[in-house]
Design a protein around this ligand. Structure first.
Ligand code: B12
Ligand code: SF4
Length: 517
């Protein structure tokens, strides 16, 4: 138990740092929890994601001067956001720069890349400038920084923060409670920079008991964050559990949330959904768990939540990252009855790649699970395939097998309902794939994962030769043919890849026959 020092916190200003507009669920959970524990504390949330860029500094300044907060708590979501896919311009830029047959397009891509890198750099510099502004305006204020970006890059963030700052890695509720309680040591995994600029690291001793995370009190949240209404037309994030015991080679989620799965009370989860629905008419829910449905135990928990949604006849649509390991007909039926909007899942069409990436499931079982969905009354829900294309171990043969499996899914669900996302592995620090690629010399030892060097950034988006060129040129050809009547780009790309693989196969056969002859 850490010592309580005499610093009663009376006011907290939460500042959500700018990112693409997305419901700020993390900071809302933290503020709601603190209110339930310490209702006498005055809190406000300022969401810079919805303030026009030119006004952000001024708005922050006015809010700090008006509220005079004892604590300013920054929430930072994305820092290294290079995981481009067809809905992100950066994918076009990378593909064109490296692989376009047209010199002009390569030059144009180079110019766009400069502006993307500029934005990437400037965003980070601006975020630290917001913290420095607070420190300048209120030298005594404690600064706390949390959020997923910080959970991955905490050590880097703390170096650039002002003095008297706590950087919280992972979940924020217990850490924030110890800050507002004025405890001398912040609970949880933290980097604390004191008034002399010295940094101390404290490790997490125990995880937060998620049973304590009751349904968000939206009446209170709206009173401290009236702008919440700007989010209600889109998917709203609801958390049902934290943690993931798997270790897929490219993934960091189990580090951000821990390996042990901890669960919220299903009734509280559904109370939260119901109150979003009744208060704001929200009808699109994204279960923001690392994996909504993964282990056998989590499958039971999912089932309890779905049962409750069905029992209360809530008219919602929901989605989240899914694994189909333990799906059976009963659960599939419940998923559909409770409003499953789309199936969002990792997909690769060979057991070899599943094993290389240690995804921990059987392809045959996954394909059977798709059929179970089909038979359970599937109508026209989208099947979104997040494909780690050209991952380590990918060959022409595995790629072709993936295409064949996708065709089976077209057959099962209707071509228009299957969306293969052209995605590549983004190499993240501390993951097994990073270790492998360092060992293979693809990445240099001591490289900086937060570099602004565009050539290193490009390498972190893993799409190596020889397949990288085929995939990229196929994507560019599909993109060039896009008009309002055209195919979904992911499907068109997969078709062109297949054509290109076949062409190469026939030329290889012709060459070998020729040399044999
Ligand atoms: C669900 C999810 C999505 C969904 C979101 C759906 C929705 N409507 O909410 C979708 C698929 C849309 C999505 C998209 C993207 N995502 Co995403 N996403 C996630 C995921 C799995 C969960 C995030 C979440 O909402 N968690 C639930 C909430 C409650 O938790 P939280 O926000 O983390 O908050 C907790 C703590 O962080 C902390 N905390 C937060 N703020 C504060 C503040 C203080 C002061 C304190 C003390 C603590 C604190 O306490 C909170 C409660 O404990 C994470 C990975 C993960 N496991 O965390 C990636 C993650 C956040 N995403 C990431 C990225 C990069 C993206 C994209 C840019 C991908 C892309 N290339 O398009 C986009 C960007 C979206 C955007 N607009 O910004 C990265 C960000 C980190 C980074 N590498 O920079 C992550 C970490 C995944 C990764 N690659 O490692 N994402
Ligand atoms: S990809 Fe999904 S299942 Fe695999 S470790 Fe990450 S969160 Fe867990």
């Amino acid at each position: 138990m850490s010592e309580i020092i005499d610093k009663k916190v009376k006011t907290v200003l939460y500042v959500r740092l700018p990112c693409w507009k997305i419901y700020p669920g993390g900071v809302i959970y933290v503020a709601d929890y603190i209110h339930k524990q310490r209702p006498e504390i005055k809190q406000e949330i300022l969401d810079l994601a919805i303030v026009p860029r030119a006004e952000r500094k001024q708005v922050l300044k006015s809010r700090v001067l008006a509220l005079e907060p004892d604590v300013v708590a920054f929430s930072w979501r994305n820092m290294q956001s290079f995981g481009p896919h067809p809905e992100d311009d950066a994918l076009d830029v990378v593909m064109n720069f490296d692989h376009s047959p047209s010199l002009w397009r390569r030059i144009k891509a180079g110019i766009s890349a400069v502006s993307i890198i500029y934005e990437y750099t400037a965003n980070r510099v601006r975020n630290f400038a917001f913290m420095k502004l607070v420190r300048k305006l209120k030298p005594e204020t404690k600064i706390v920084v949390g959020g997923t970006a910080v959970s991955i890059f905490g050590k880097y963030v703390v170096k650039n923060c002002p003095k008297n700052t706590v950087v919280v890695v992972g979940e924020g509720e217990p850490a924030m409670l110890s800050v507002v309680n004025g405890e001398s040591t912040t609970i949880g995994e933290c980097y604390c920079k004191d008034n002399n600029g010295e940094i101390n690291y404290t490790n997490r001793t125990e995880n937060f008991d998620l049973e304590k995370l009751s349904a968000v009190d939206f009446g209170y949240v709206e009173s401290i964050f009236p702008e919440i209404t700007e989010y209600i037309d889109d998917f709203i994030g609801v958390h049902t559990k934290r943690g993931c015991p798997y270790q897929c080679h490219f993934c960091l989620y189990n580090k951000i949330e821990g390996r042990e799965q901890r669960y919220r009370d299903p009734i509280e989860v559904v109370n939260e959904i119901e109150s979003l629905n009744a208060r704001y008419g929200v009808n699109k829910i994204w279960f923001t768990d690392a994996q909504f449905c993964s282990t056998r135990r989590s499958t039971h928990h999912v089932e309890e939540i779905l049962d409750e949604i069905i029992r209360r006849k809530l008219k919602i649509q929901w989605t989240g990252y899914l694994r189909l390991n333990y799906l059976d007909a009963n659960l599939a039926r419940k998923m559909l009855d409770s409003g499953l909007a789309s199936l969002d899942l990792s997909f690769t069409g060979t057991q070899e790649i599943i094993n290389t990436l240690t995804l921990g499931y059987s392809l045959e079982q996954q394909m059977e699970a798709f059929q179970i969905f089909k038979d359970a009354g599937y109508t026209n829900q989208k099947v979104k395939l997040y494909m780690p294309l050209n991952a380590p171990g990918e060959t022409r043969l595995t790629l072709q097998k993936t295409i064949d499996r996708i065709k089976e899914l077209y057959h099962m669900f209707g071509r228009d309902n299957v969306l293969p996302f052209i995605f590549f592995i983004g190499i993240q620090p501390g993951t097994p794939v990073e270790k492998l690629l360092l060992k293979q010399g693809y990445l240099k030892k001591g490289y900086n994962p937060l570099t602004f060097n565009p050539f290193v950034i490009k390498r972190l988006l893993y799409n190596p030769k020889p397949l990288g060129g085929i995939i990229a040129r196929s994507y560019l050809e599909a993109a060039a043919a896009l008009d309002e009547n055209s195919e979904y780009i992911g499907r068109a790309t997969m078709d062109i890849i297949e054509r290109e693989l076949a062409k190469q196969d026939s030329s290889i056969t012709a060459t070998s026959e020729h040399s044999l002859g």
